[in-house]
Write a protein that binds this ligand. Structure first.
Ligand code: PRX
Length: 575
């Protein structure tokens, strides 16, 4: 029985946009319709590096600004032609180190122009790019480099101490961006390599299915998994840049995500450049003033950020926003966490803009469920599936359920930017598709009578803190490495600013007693061993962790206890 529901609606402004009729395009669009946009339509081969940069240098965009890199010191700009040459040099530099098609080249460095040119350069020679978030500490870096058997990493003097090269036999070269002084074993100076490299390069033309980028992400069990995307992801990254980011020729587009995460590559590199847009990158740290002055000074028109950031800006106050001229903004989008209706209402008031939610995941490679400018926004809903894809809510047997029934958010497999593999782990890959071939996201949601999807939470124990995905297992493993910790169970605890914070329950070994110093030490242990964003903000010592008879920690019971909710089915508990 379908109940009556009313929804708050923020209507489209009706201004012209690239996807003028969602319904009509959804009904008629086929991926083949855009094949002719790409080189392989005629040659059978393709390369993301070419499509993102070089292609534009054969058009009116040759001397258009491709990259504005802004930080506290000012800005550097690069035209498409300059980026072509810069990335060519990088590609040649990698080749001079012996990098071949399919080799893994990692980037572990701050957000600077080099990482953007380096990623494109590595792709142009057919290497597989592996971006690492700058805040990762040794344990996190080692797990990823060793699983991927990376042969080259580009990094800085400050970060190289976190690369345990003695335990990474496959790692042949460590390219130091600022390596001017003495070089140690396996190290190479970026400057020397780039100076010696030609500005012209023979592109490695590859098949659509050739691997392109490896993003490590967390699940609820096991080590982080390497999600592999192929060059063919460009179809979807391109078209969602057009439809969803609504990019136009004279836009200045700013995506606030770091290239260590998928948003920072799919929408911080590929989508804007496939569309020939001017891509603004902001280095340095967040502050409301820095961010607003970035919008004001560079006249940002399209802005892609995340709920935690919007909530932080909101808590900085309306006055702060009002001191800046933000009238250049034409289109604002959000990703990564549930976007609170309250934030949307605030955006209407302060930015005079609707904030458009987008839902997708590392595994999906590009937008899947979205709000486009021509659609009405229903605050609290993620929107509707992009044309060319199908989303559904399914039960645990893989059957579609009626509107308003809570279930698994699933996608019909086969969209162009779908991951193609989990690196070294085919079984993990298969698990995603075990319900009648659907891709099962791990999110729970429902659909309303008009096909809008509403996010409700995670099905598994994966934690989303400030839009960053953290696997409890990694944090637990790090905690039990500490001599004081016997066992650990980690959960996400709801938090008004960050969505969730990480809370750890630990039991201590016999000789240890709980002190504030010890708890602080445990936090630091995770912070310095894994990453700051993965460190628990709260730690509670308990005598014994709830476990199943097979010894698995029951995080669900810890969470229920934390939130004061019923403990649920305890039939499998140990005692
Ligand atoms: O739980 C969903 C949440 O983030 C997860 C994917 O995280 P990650 O792979 O790190 O990718 C983040 C950016 C693409 C999802 O399973 N998530 C993402 N977008 C939204 C969201 N939750 C609610 N609303 C969203 N718009």
């Amino acid at each position: 029985m379908q109940e009556m529901h009313t929804h708050e609606i923020i209507p489209s402004t009706g201004k012209p946009s690239n996807l003028s009729s969602y319904e009509q395009t959804y009904a008629t669009f086929r991926w083949e319709d855009i094949h002719a946009e790409f080189s392989w339509h005629t040659t059978g081969k393709v390369n993301m590096g070419y499509e993102a940069i070089d292609k534009h240098t054969t058009t009116h965009r040759r001397d258009k600004t491709a990259l504005i890199y802004a930080d506290d010191g000012g800005a550097q700009t690069f035209t498409f032609e300059e980026m072509r040459k810069f990335s060519n040099r990088f590609g040649n530099a990698f080749r001079s180190l012996g990098v071949q098609k399919g080799d893994r080249v990692f980037f572990f460095m701050p957000r600077t122009p080099e990482i953007y040119a380096g990623v494109i350069g590595a792709l142009k020679i057919g290497a597989i790019v592996g971006p690492l978030f700058e805040a990762f500490m040794e344990g996190a870096v080692e797990d990823r480099l060793s699983d991927a058997e990376a042969s080259v990493i580009v990094t800085t003097n400050a970060l190289k101490s976190r690369i345990p090269k003695e335990r990474l036999p496959h790692l042949k070269h460590i390219v130091l961006i600022d390596g001017e002084g003495e070089l140690e074993d396996r190290e190479a100076s970026y400057k020397a390599l780039i100076d010696a490299a030609s500005e012209e390069l023979d592109i490695e033309w590859v098949d659509l299915e050739h691997p392109m980028i490896l993003h490590y992400t967390s699940g609820s069990t096991g080590k982080p998994k390497g999600v592999l995307h192929v060059h063919g992801a460009m179809l979807q990254q391109y078209i969602t840049g057009h439809w969803v980011l609504d990019l136009r020729e004279d836009d200045v587009y700013w995506c606030t995500a770091d290239p260590g995460w998928v948003t920072g590559t799919s929408y911080g590199i590929f989508a804007p450049w496939l569309n020939g847009a001017t891509n603004l990158i902001r280095g340095g740290r967040y502050s409301a003033d820095r961010w607003y002055s970035t919008i004001q000074d560079y006249k940002v028109t399209v802005w892609y950020s995340a709920p935690t950031a919007f909530r932080m800006l909101m808590s900085a106050g309306d006055d702060d926003a009002e001191r800046y001229d933000l009238t250049s903004l034409r289109h604002v989008l959000s990703v990564g966490e549930p976007l609170n209706p309250e934030v949307i209402r605030w955006g209407m008031k302060v930015y005079k803009q609707r904030i458009h939610d987008t839902w997708w995941m590392t595994e999906t490679g590009a937008h899947m469920i979205v709000n486009v400018p021509s659609m009405d926004i229903r605050p609290g809903s993620m929107g509707k599936p992009i044309p060319g894809t199908k989303a559904a809510i399914i039960d645990d047997e893989g059957n579609e359920v009626p509107p308003y029934t809570l279930g698994n958010l699933a996608l019909q497999a086969g969209w162009p930017s779908m991951m193609r593999r989990i690196w070294n782990n085919p079984a993990k890959y298969e698990e995603y598709f075990k319900l009648k071939g659907w891709y099962v996201s791990g999110d729970s949601a429902y659909m309303d009578e008009d096909g809008y999807f509403w996010f409700q939470g995670r099905v598994d124990d994966v934690i989303n803190t400030s839009g960053e995905r953290v696997g409890p297992f990694e944090v637990e493993s790090k905690l039990v490495e500490h001599p004081a910790v016997a066992e650990a169970g980690v959960i996400g605890k709801p938090d008004p600013l960050r969505g969730s914070i990480i809370k750890a329950f630990v039991s201590l070994r016999e000789d240890y007693v709980e002190t504030p110093e010890l708890l602080e030490e445990l936090k630091q242990h995770v912070k310095t061993g894994l990453a700051a964003h993965a460190a628990p903000r709260e730690i509670e010592v308990i005598d014994k962790l709830p476990k199943t008879r097979s010894g698995k920690i029951m995080r669900r019971v810890l969470k229920a206890k934390e939130l004061g909710l019923p403990l649920g089915d305890l039939s499998t508990i140990e005692d």
